[in-house]
Design a protein around this ligand. Structure first.
Ligand code: AMP
Length: 288
């Protein structure tokens, strides 16, 4: 534990490259966990996983404008760098914290930035209500991986569609990095930890675990060999509505690639859902 030490924090690409160069010269592997900050225990669990797979761990905090839609929460997204740095230092897994300014990531400006266009899956599930979101994620992950050049990239199951799309991008662009997934950390009542949970007022916070509950019910029924997918997801949406949430989607998909689930009993599946609580959009997923 390096609880009392401040975490080494850098803001420029050249400073990251200098640190990475030293570690590479010493033959040390590097694992990297990108975040948008406002850290919680879920983020720290990714840092811990990173430290288990490589002796050097880099974490980034960058609220990436290109993954937010024009009417989304980019301007108000919680920016809590001082607290984040303290949490990281106390947890003790991170060797380098990269907090770039916009111009380090998009040196030619956003309008003139090279774009990434992900495959059609990016327009489904969360992509259906957030057009361009995953292309923005691809754009920033591509850049961050090129800057940090990690051996291992660590992403969370919480954003499983993002994980699958980044897996595809890495394979398709032949990016020389291994991908690892960290499990979703939850509050005691089942709500998946998320920086956006802090938008919830007291009564919304009480309603929010209904998303996890509804997905868990679908999982149980699938384990009980039900394959009436349409009925299960319709029931889950009704359950969300009864709990006061506005469902965006509930879907049962094939785990490996998020293609439509089939009746094949050997198939591994995932149940994914998104729902609105007031102006806050919650997402979650469970592997069956
Ligand atoms: P974000 O800061 O929300 O962009 O998330 C940064 C990384 O943390 C992503 O790889 C997320 O999937 C992951 N993450 C977010 N929430 C959780 C959670 N509750 N448990 C584990 N990982 C998470």
């Amino acid at each position: 534990m390096r609880a009392t030490n401040a975490v080494r924090t850098v803001q420029t690409v050249s400073a990251v490259r200098a640190a990475i160069g030293e570690w590479r010269a010493a033959g040390q592997k590097i694992a990297f966990a990108p975040t948008m900050g406002n850290l919680h225990a879920g983020h720290l669990s990714l840092a811990k996983l990173a430290a288990e797979v490589a002796p050097r761990v880099v974490m980034s905090i960058f609220v990436n404008p290109t993954q937010f839609g024009p009417s989304e929460d980019f301007a108000v997204y919680p920016r809590t760098l001082a607290e984040d740095a303290e949490l990281i230092a106390a947890a003790g897994h991170v060797d380098l914290l990269f907090v770039p300014h916009l111009a380090e990531i998009y040196p030619f400006g956003i309008e003139h930035a090279v774009r990434v266009q992900l495959p059609p899956l990016a327009a489904e599930l969360c992509g259906a209500s957030r057009p361009g979101h995953f292309d923005g994620v691809g754009a920033v992950v591509c850049r961050l991986v090129n800057i940090v050049t990690p051996d291992v990239l660590v992403l969370g199951q919480k954003d499983y569609q993002q994980f699958v799309l980044m897996q595809r991008m890495i394979a398709d662009l032949r990016m020389p990095v291994e991908l690892r997934m960290g499990p979703t950390l939850r509050e005691p009542d089942g709500l998946a930890m998320s920086s956006r949970n802090r938008y919830l007022d007291t009564s919304q916070r009480r309603q929010a675990p209904a998303l996890h509950g509804a997905l868990a019910r679908v999982c149980e029924r699938l384990r009980g060999a039900s394959i009436d997918f349409a009925r299960l997801t319709a029931e889950a949406r009704a359950e969300l509505e009864r709990a006061g949430l506005r469902p965006d989607y509930v879907e049962i998909r094939r785990l490996v690639d998020l293609a439509a689930a089939t009746a094949d009993p050997g198939e591994r599946r995932v149940v994914l859902g998104a729902a609105w609580l007031g102006r806050t959009r919650l997402i979650d997923n469970l592997f069956v």
